[in-house]
Design a protein around this ligand. Sequence first.
Ligand SMILES: Cc1ncc(COP(=O)(O)O)c(C=O)c1O
Length: 397
Amino acid sequence: MPVLRLDCTRCDRRYEPGPVLNVCTACGAPLFARYDLERAAKNMRPGHLALREPTLWRYDDVLPVDNPDYRVSLGEGFTPLLTARRLGSLMGLPRLFIKDESGEPTGSFKARGLSLAVSMAKALGATDVCLPSAGNAGSALAAYAAKGGLKAHVFVPKDIAPLFLMETRAYGAEVETVDGLITDAGKICAERAKENGWYECATLKEPYRIEGKKTMGYEVAEQMGWKLPDAILYPTGGGTGLIGMWKAFREMEEMGYLGPGRPRMYAIQAEGCAPIVKAFTEGLEAAPMWENAQTLAHGIRVPKALGDFLILRALRESHGSAVAVSDAEIIQGVKDASANEGIFMAPEGGACVAALRKLKANGHLSADDTVVVFNTGTGFKYVENMAPLWGKAAARR
Ligand SMILES: Cc1ncc(COP(=O)(O)O)c(C=O)c1O
């Protein structure tokens, strides 16, 4: 299914698909791909999906890669939606589910977006792709670039865990460490991309990564029998997954798969880097830069997000909220998920588990709610990040 057009998410600009486009040339906001959903609905009826391949490509009617020759895939997507009875009973939430992304290629949900971004880069004739990363996006870009025969350039903060460097370089990527945070790495990456004519895959700076991430929304709907949960907790850095799922729900409603009801969306951040929580609480439409960002959960150590206004809009439209948890609570969350559900989560997933307790205590979540928590990656790559606080928390069963 080819993309029909690219719409600016802030102003009225619309663009023809095809040429390499990053953000809106008029206002700098991210672009969203739009499809012929009437046609997609005819091909992709829920009953027919059961026969399709168990990857995110089962939804290819609403994905931008129309020529399968350009599809760069490592088997991403269609991850398990696990019942979490023991963790749920610990939290007083008997209808708790974990959408577990830890088994994705390269160990995180970044595989989804980067499969799509690299496929489209290839389709658009790029030879070199680049992005700034906290770790997981860089290794995913590098792996998909290797598979697709493209050269990857990755810019990372210099305090990144060494395992990410080893892995990303093993896939053949050129990795540059930067003194600072992901936003600093992003500035250097953008300069180099301009100088060298590389295809930039930074979060929401090209319109296709989000198309991969939105499949999490399709999967949750399909795996729950085309009903959505009451609440979704998502660890939010750049927010692509949250914004992507919100887009997916609207597409599914337009295709007649879902009614107008939506889950309450909860953005989970770390106390040491909580720009969305602050902006949400203060009623702002965008989130100012967070100074001195600090957390061991590097994927959510994002002091400024290009799509901040889209995240905040989704939280408000869904009657959800934004919650910050401390690093100690994050470790406790990882331990609780490990001891009760057998999942050694990335700290970003642990942040969502920790937030369950807070949201239950403040009345946002109740025992009647069906709740989906996202574990966005494996904890194995974060051993060094978690080690200093690890001994201080005991697992609760
Ligand atoms: C494991 C993990 N979870 C969550 C995030 C945040 O994702 P997003 O940018 O979609 O908010 C990242 C980003 O690096 C990550 O690596």
